[in-house]
Design a protein around this ligand. Structure first.
Ligand SMILES: [Zn+2]
Length: 201
């Protein structure tokens, strides 16, 4: 009950079926839908929308104006910057060498494994059902296509597709795929040029 009171104070709308730790910080204007679970130490920014069945693990950081669609799993080790879109059923993993047991056959504890961090940078979009493997950064305004499995870092504005995800071009801030012009990429809708990092070096 104290969660709900705290939430109202902050102008946060939490569905009665959601389970939000009193040790999680939720920014003003954020809305949480049915059966959301937010663990201790999680920090969620202002004006986010968190869809049904979303799981946000302990100490996960989420910026402001982030949309997290139904059924997405955000595990420990993840940092999400402002303005990111996370599609339905996206999974951010965190264990590079997943094993339930040690080589000796003992059940592993919290100290027996290493967290592989993931960072999703400003304005990026993660398509439905994609899976993000640990130790990667997804660049600003990058677009991960639906169903992709991201195993490597994605550059700013990068479009990645497939399993494992491969770079398939660049997208504009508006979301449209850009047309290559020499070493630059161009969006006719925005009349905007972008130079990928590799080309500018
Ligand atoms: Zn554009």
């Amino acid at each position: 009950m104290s969660d709900v009171v705290e939430a109202q104070r902050l102008n946060v709308r939490i569905h009665p079926t959601a389970e939000v730790s009193p040790k999680a910080l939720i920014g003003s204007g954020t809305r949480e839908w049915h059966q959301v679970q937010i663990r201790e130490g999680a920090v969620i920014g202002e004006n986010c929308i968190i869809g049904k069945d979303v799981y946000i693990d302990f100490d996960v950081k989420v910026g402001k104006n982030v949309k997290i669609q139904n059924g997405a799993y955000l595990y420990h080790g993840l940092t999400v910057e402002d303005g990111v879109f996370i599609g339905p059923r996206v999974v951010f993993t965190n264990d590079v060498y997943p094993r339930a047991i040690t080589p000796e056959g003992e059940l592993k504890g919290n100290d027996d494994w290493e967290v592989g961090p993931i960072v999703v940078k400003y304005g990026a979009s993660i398509g439905t059902g994609s899976i993000i493997i640990p130790n990667v950064t997804i660049g600003q305004f990058a677009l991960v296509a639906a169903g992709a499995v991201v195993t490597r870092t994605v550059p700013d504005h990068g479009l990645v597709i497939g399993v494992p995800a491969r770079l398939a071009g660049y997208v504009c801030k508006c979301g449209l795929k850009m047309v290559q012009k020499g070493e630059q990429y161009y969006c006719a809708k925005c009349d905007w040029y972008f130079t990928p990092e590799e080309a500018s070096k």
